[in-house]
Design a protein around this ligand. Structure first.
Ligand code: ZN
Length: 284
């Protein structure tokens, strides 16, 4: 089938209480690995690329590869642009064939975030592309901030409701204590806040920073209304570690068709594990 919009996938996931893994890929092998994982487990899939990967590979190359994957596949696959604050890159990806985009104006004050997000929602909706936006600030792994500061960065439930109403955004990523990268200790997720946001906002909610969140915490977040979980860093590490292992064992290896195989297999296994945590297995 063709690439699909992620909105109906995520709406169904929210209604039925599971979550869909959204995996950042940077190479053709990484893309193929997550697609194979989805097919083998009959799981709906969201393939994502960051702005960095768009600049590295080209939006057209990524969309072409994802389109081929979707056409060959019998599970629904969406192609999403992760964190982007550049309107021109968003439009470039939509033209290339992305089926959803994230406008991240969370660094701006509330009113400016609303205005920026609404601008993207209007343009994207006209061509049937759905939009994710962020409220509050998802921390980085290096962040070492005290509780008061942390609290100020988390999404306010009333503001979330107002934001969705004012922007018409299709999915919302509220900052609830997760961080990008690999956690030093356990993540400090504000579950009570997820519940309060979910009770006020009916659109699917997105859990950013899905690398290394323990199983019970993922399940709890999903049960409270998180319908999409972004995973990037963990997959990149798994993929790279497998390649390093090949060269550690055989420094003379020089065939990408060989040294990429264990990396692809490791990434596929990691993606299947995330699909299991998300509860999306068998939902396609
Ligand atoms: Zn993120």
């Amino acid at each position: 089938m063709a690439l699909v919009s992620s909105t109906p996938l995520l709406s169904t996931a929210r209604a039925e209480g599971y979550c869909i893994g959204a995996f950042n890929v940077h190479t053709l092998e990484m893309l193929q690995a997550v697609v194979e994982a989805a097919e083998e487990t009959r799981s709906p899939l969201i393939i994502q690329s960051t702005v960095g990967t768009v600049k590295h590979l080209g939006a057209d190359y990524i969309a072409a590869a994802a389109t081929v994957a979707a056409n060959r596949s019998s599970v629904p696959i969406a192609l999403h642009l992760d964190h982007c604050s550049d309107f021109n890159i968003i439009m470039q990806c939509i033209r290339a064939g992305y089926t959803s985009v994230m406008i991240d104006a969370s660094h701006d004050p509330f009113d400016k975030n609303v205005a920026e997000t609404r601008k993207v929602v209007e343009a994207a909706s006209a061509v049937g592309v759905n939009v994710e936006a962020e409220l509050g600030r998802v921390g980085g792994v290096e962040d070492d901030i005290v509780v008061d500061e942390r609290d100020a960065l988390l999404a306010d439930p009333e503001e979330c409701a107002r934001f969705v109403e004012l922007t018409g955004v299709h999915t919302l990523a509220p900052a609830i204590g997760t961080a990008h990268g690999i956690y030093k200790g356990d993540p400090n997720i504000d579950f009570d806040r997820i519940g309060r946001i979910a009770s006020r906002v009916s659109v699917p909610l997105v859990l950013h920073g899905g690398s290394g969140i323990p199983e019970d915490q993922v399940r709890r977040a999903v049960s409270l209304g998180m319908s999409k979980m972004n995973v990037a860093t963990e997959l990149r590490i798994v993929f790279s570690d497998a390649i390093k292992q090949v060269f550690a064992n055989n420094p003379d290896e020089n065939d990408p068709r060989k040294y990429m195989v264990p990396a692809k297999q490791a990434l596929k296994a990691a993606a299947i594990e995330k699909m299991r945590l998300c509860g999306s297995i068998g939902k396609a």
